[in-house]
Every structure is written in C-alpha cells, then in structure tokens.
Ligand binder design. Structure first.
Ligand SMILES: [Zn+2]
Ligand SMILES: [Zn+2]
Length: 350
C-alpha cells in the first residue's frame, strides 16, 4: 500500500510499504479521511517522533474491510472513527478507565504507525462506529471534537453561564460549539485573526475579542458586566494566553488548561496572585475520555447523528496523500486561512 512515511525529522516520503497484518481482535480499516493535527507539524518538521520510520496520522476514519480472528464479520462495510490511544490495560489508570493517563500506552501516528496511509489495522476496542450519514471527513473530526468535549466537561459549565474560549484553532472552535450545546448563555472567542473571528461568528459564536490589542481584558469585562467569565477554556498553550485565561476568569471562576505548551510557562506575580485571591479552580485536561460511563467519542458521534453538532465546515482543505507537500504547506503558511486540512485518498468515499 501507499503511505506517508516519516524517515527522519523533515523527511516525509510518499512510498510503498507492506500492507498491515490484521491480528486477532483487530479489523483492517481502509482509511477514507485523516486530518493533519497541529501536533503533526513539529512531529514532522522539528521534534520528530519516538522512532523512525513512522507513519503519522491519528485523526482518522474509514471503512472496515476485513476482520482478524475472533472478530464479528458483521462489522465489514461499517464506517468508524478510531480512538488512537492503545492503553496498556494493566496500570492503575487503565483499571480506572482513565486511558489518557495510562503510564505505558501506544499511540497511532506517533508511537506506532498511523493513518497517513491507505490501510491500518485497528483493535475492535478502538472503533467508534457511526452511521453512513456521517461523511468520513466529519467522522475523522471526532478526535479533536472529543478532545474539545473533554476540555468543556472539565469546565463544569452551568446553563446560563458566560464562557470565554482562548484560541480560534480547531480545538478552540470545537470547544466553543460544545460550550453552547452545554447551555452557555454567552460564548466569547478570543483570538488574533480577523478571518477566524468572521468564521467563529458564522458558526454562531456570540462575541469575539482580539487578544493582540492591549485592552483585551477591558473588552472581556465590557462583555461580562465587569465580572469576568464564569469559565475560561485555554486552547492555545502560550504564556500570554495562559495569563489571559487567569485574568479573564471571574472571582471563584473556573479555568481549564488544554493547549499544549510551546515552551516554558512563566507567569507574572500579579497574575499568579489572581489564582489565590480570586480562588480560581484551575484544571488541566489531556486527550479525551473513553470510559464506559463518559465516552467523549460516543458523545461526539451521537451529537453528529442527531444534528446537535455541525462541524463539517471546519474542514477547509482536502488533499490526496500524494499531494502531501501542498497539504502541509497549507497548514504552515500563515498567508493561507486553514482550519482542518485533511487527507482523503484519491476518489475517496464521502
Ligand atoms: Zn490531534
Ligand atoms: Zn495503562
């Protein structure tokens, strides 16, 4: 089969690789869509990954075309998104079904081969089945949508509250949409790009704040009767965004940190004081919940199936695998407005 293979830092190649072998308890998935995650960019160009060669790609969906031993053949022909984390199943976190906290996990697209490929073998446990009404590219967005749902859940939003979301990338916009669904009265998106603001408004997000202006805190206070936001969701991971998250929260408010850090985080003393004096609840989240009781993936699929969540418009570009250079340039070029750039095989199914 064809795949994009990361041979070394900065060295991605479109080439033939052996077809995956399908073990017991696994299915063979024909990949129909795989998103490029912002985390794939440093993985490919600067930091590399755990070992080379590796096929990147962890935001994917496809059609089940074969089953390994012990798997119900009735799955053949079904479409599914895939939870990309392969937990050890033995550690304390796994016993609590907190798989994102597993101390010895594997991961499609970083620790083991992912879905920038025509086919991938996937354990049945990781499949999130969905109906044929959901396009494959939308199903591939289940990964960022589940990460955003996990973030929003940590904010414990109550009906009628005001929520500020810092970041206008895929996760930030998805978090804003989930916050609305959870009953937030007002959702304020905080970002730096006019194009993103226009896009956020077109998704039905109430207000936007330009954080590149010095008065962003005043803008927020004006929108919240001088109180601050009940909940702030931080989806950027830069020091100034984390400072703003703390400053934007009302007294006794909740701050959720979800953005991956780009470097060391240093906070001004005055900002740090706010956590103490305003008695803020600051929570971190990582990945998504795949518990039997709270499964963000099934929640996402259900919200898509029932039409409560509309996310296909977040996909701004689609490319076949062989046009990977163009696809990656689209993500990296600040002159091009892109949100989710997705690989679809040539002639891929909708
Ligand atoms: Zn991702
Ligand atoms: Zn584990």
């Amino acid at each position: 089969m064809k795949a994009l293979v990361l041979e070394d830092i900065g060295k991605l190649e479109y080439k033939d690789v052996p077809d995956p072998s399908v073990g017991s308890g696994e299915v063979l998935l024909k990949v129909q869509a795989c998103g490029i995650c912002s985390s794939d960019i440093p993985r490919i160009f600067t930091t590399g990954t755990y070992h080379f060669p590796t096929v990147p790609g962890h935001e994917f969906a496809g059609e089940i075309i074969a089953c390994g031993p012990g798997v119900d053949k009735g799955l053949i022909g079904r479409r599914a998104a895939v939870f990309p984390l392969l937990p050890c199943g033995k550690c304390d976190s796994c016993r609590e079904e907190e798989y994102a906290r597993c101390s010895d996990y594997n991961y499609f697209g970083s620790r083991c081969d992912g879905a920038f490929a025509e086919y991938i073998a996937v354990p049945v446990w990781n499949l999130v089945l969905c109906s044929d009404r959901i396009p494959y590219s939308t199903a591939a967005l289940c990964e960022p949508a589940s990460v955003a749902k996990h973030c929003v859940d940590a904010g414990k939003i109550r009906v009628g509250e005001t929520v500020a979301v810092i970041g206008t990338g895929t996760i930030g916009l998805l978090a804003a949409l989930w916050a609305k669904i959870q009953g937030a009265e007002k959702v304020i998106t905080v970002g730096r790009s006019d194009k993103c603001f226009a896009f956020a408004k077109s998704l039905g997000i109430d207000c936007t704040i330009d954080s590149s202006r010095d008065d962003s805190l005043n803008q927020l206070l004006n929108l919240t009767q001088g109180r601050g936001a009940d909940v702030v969701l931080e989806c950027v991971g830069r020091p100034e965004a984390i400072s703003n998250a703390i400053l934007y929260a009302k007294k006794g408010g909740r701050v959720v940190l979800t953005g991956n850090p780009y470097g060391d985080i240093c906070l001004n003393k005055d900002v740090y004081w706010k956590i103490l004096r305003n008695e803020l609840t600051v929570t971190g989240t990582w990945n998504s919940s795949y518990k039997s009781s709270v499964n963000n993936w099934r929640e996402t699929v259900e919200a898509l199936e029932t039409g409560r969540l509309h996310i296909d418009r977040l996909i701004t570009h689609k490319f076949p695998l062989e046009r990977y250079k163009e696809a990656l340039d689209t993500v990296r070029n600040p002159g091009i407005f892109s949100l989710k750039v997705m690989f679809e095989p040539e002639g891929g199914k909708v």
